[in-house]
Design a protein around this ligand. Structure first.
Ligand SMILES: Cc1ncc(C[n+]2csc(CCOP(=O)(O)OP(=O)(O)O)c2C)c(N)n1
Ligand SMILES: [Mg+2]
Length: 575
């Protein structure tokens, strides 16, 4: 290990090591105890602080950064309280398996008094807050060990399964005494799992070949390992439909069936090969419905996370997804029967097309309404506008616009649509900022619902403050639309009376909010003008190097025939 000797105060050592580890930004919200750390950060030429006004948005920005560039993002929040405040988004980062390193400073609650500012009392160590939310969390006491602790945190976050790591650094290191220690100069370490054996790869390919109705179920491990293109080739070669992550394989690929449930419902696969899937559950019996009908299930991925929620799996291959698919392609190439899968390929494309047509019919069902934009018109317009500028990335946090139903009018599918891995609201505004910081010139759109926006609207200020050129498109349905739908399905009084409580978001103006935080905004309320508005927005943000927001008026997200009930209003009651 090559160490570069440095004499500096510990805050400067931390910053120097971050730079040596290739870290470009520290997403943060500061506090007074960390004065010298922020002093060191501001004084270093090769790293910048990106600030948010709430710790949830700090975490969202860091998470979004890793979704654009699969390198560790570093964030810093103030003591136990700042950390606690960030957890609402750290849970998303954990669910998304994103390599974020959280640095907090912690007071010593053990030696003297146990009530130290914003830290927990002596019953709880400084890592207890983050423990359920992180892949690893540990405390650091010795200033000379800071370079190693930071280097280790980055490597642990990056190794599969990727995930957030917390370093709680005792704040006794925040003084101005000089220390001498060694900086570790190895910015790009690749931590990948290995290859599967050839015979394992052959076995899976044989099972796919012999299946009557095969399915390739892809998860986030496919895009994280860079297996997307090879997975598409494998599916094309073997004539297998694809389901799952639309980041791994674009939804517009002719074999993509969308969510696994849609594929299973449509053609009941007998053989499912899961690649890089970290299966989510809902805590219900129906959780495993996707798998119960299949005769053969295989799981491929580098970690236990890739197999533990897949019941009935008959063989698991613990290997890097890209390497595994590469070997499977080799095995498939050895099957030299001309035209062997032609018929099945046509079948697979028909299945995917039928699901697609069905999905499209559902979203197109709603008729036009004056002054409102139907969600499918918005999604097509956004897709076209981005394809017209060479393709872009869309950070999604909303449920009104179904990106699975995008039609588009061209063959190319360069746009990348992504969500964070978890559904904890308040990610999208900050997430889009981090994403744009990671991807350079590629256009970025934050497709963020009105409800999602209000969880984290102050992150608009971060976009303005740091002049991040990105376009927010808000499908404003004046509702928690998805929640309203669930209220209807609950089949209770709300459905019976049509009066929905607690899900309508009326009398809020995102344009004013946005302008208040320094982000230019405009209303879009005409279907014929929506694509132009998005194209102009994309052009403006890149040309003027600043963010902009479009408040797109879509039909209100309450169930058919429903209305908002009058809330409790204190002013109406007599004193
Ligand atoms: C932290 C957190 N609190 C509450 C919820 C429940 N929830 C799910 S979606 C949603 C609102 C979404 O509103 P919006 O972004 O406008 O989406 P849409 O109207 O398109 O459904 C809420 C409150 C959640 N997912 N996360
Ligand atoms: Mg909404």
């Amino acid at each position: 290990m090559k160490l570069r000797q440095i004499s500096a105060n510990p805050s400067q050592v931390i910053v120097e090591q971050l730079v040596a580890s290739g870290v470009r930004y520290v997403f943060n919200n500061p506090g007074s105890r960390e004065a010298l750390f922020f002093d060191a950060l501001a004084s270093h030429q090769d790293i910048d602080g990106i600030m948010a006004l709430h710790e949830g948005s700090v975490a969202a920005m860091a998470g979004g950064y890793t979704q654009g560039k699969l390198e560790p993002a570093v964030m810093s929040v103030h003591l136990g309280a700042g950390l606690a405040q960030s957890l609402g988004q750290l849970i998303n980062i954990g669910a998304g398996g994103l390599p974020v390193v959280v640095i907090t400073f912690a007071g010593d609650t053990g030696s003297f008094g146990d009530k130290v500012g914003l830290d927990l009392d002596h019953n709880f160590g400084p890592t207890s807050i983050s423990a359920p939310f992180t892949k690893a969390t540990w405390a650091v006491m010795e200033p000379e060990g800071l370079p190693q602790a930071i280097d280790r945190a980055i490597r642990v976050a990056k190794a599969p399964p990727m995930g957030p790591v917390h370093l709680a650094v005792y704040d006794r290191v925040l003084g101005d005494d000089q220390i001498t220690t060694g900086i570790i100069d190895n910015p790009s370490i690749a931590d990948r799992a290995g290859y599967p054996s050839e015979s394992d790869a052959e076995l899976i390919v044989r099972a796919l070949a012999q299946a009557a109705r095969p399915l390739l179920y892809v998860g986030d491990g496919v895009w994280k390992s860079g297996a997307g293109a090879a997975t598409m080739s494998l599916a094309e070669r073997l004539g297998a439909p694809i389901a799952g992550d639309t980041r791994a394989v674009p939804i517009r690929h002719s074999l993509h069936c969308g969510p696994v449930e849609d594929a299973v419902a449509a053609f009941e696969p007998d053989t499912i090969v899961c690649i890089g899937v970290r299966q989510n559950a809902r805590g219900k019996t129906a959780d495993f419905a996707a798998f119960t009908g299949a005769k053969h299930i295989f799981a491929v991925g580098p970690d236990i996370a890739n197999l533990k929620n897949i019941p009935g799996v008959e063989m698991t291959v613990l290997a890097d997804e890209a390497r595994a698919v590469e070997r499977m392609l080799d095995a498939a190439a050895e099957r030299l029967v001309e035209g062997e899968f032609d018929e099945r390929r046509s079948w697979a494309m028909e299945q995917a097309a039928a699901i697609r047509i069905n999905r499209r019919e559902v979203v197109e069902r709603a008729g036009p309404q004056q002054g409102l934009i139907r969600p499918w018109i918005l999604s097509d317009a956004l897709d076209n506008a981005l394809e017209n500028v060479g393709g872009g990335m869309v950070m999604i946090e909303q449920f009104t616009v179904s990106t699975d139903a995008i039609k588009g009018n061209r063959e190319s599918a360069r746009n990348v649509y992504m969500r964070v891995g978890g559904p904890s609201e308040g990610y999208g505004i900050g997430g889009a900022i981090g994403l744009k910081l990671a991807v350079g010139d590629t256009p970025v759109v934050g497709l963020v619902g009105d409800g999602s926006l209000y969880y984290a609207d102050s992150a608009l200020w971060s976009a303005a403050h740091h002049r991040v050129p990105l376009l927010y498109v808000v499908p404003n349905n004046r509702a928690y639309g998805i929640v309203a739908g669930a209220f209807e399905r609950a089949d209770g009084t709300m459905k019976e009376t049509g009066g929905y409580a607690g899900v309508a978001l009326e009398n809020i103006d995102p344009v004013k909010i946005s302008e208040g935080f320094g982000v230019e905004a405009r209303d879009v309320d005409n279907e014929a003008a929506v694509e132009t508005a998005i194209s102009e927005g994309l052009d403006l943000v890149e040309r003027e190097r600043r963010p902009m927001l479009l408040n797109v008026h879509v039909p209100q997200g309450l169930p058919q025939g429903g209305h908002a009930t009058q809330p409790y209003r204190h002013g109406d009651t007599s004193p």
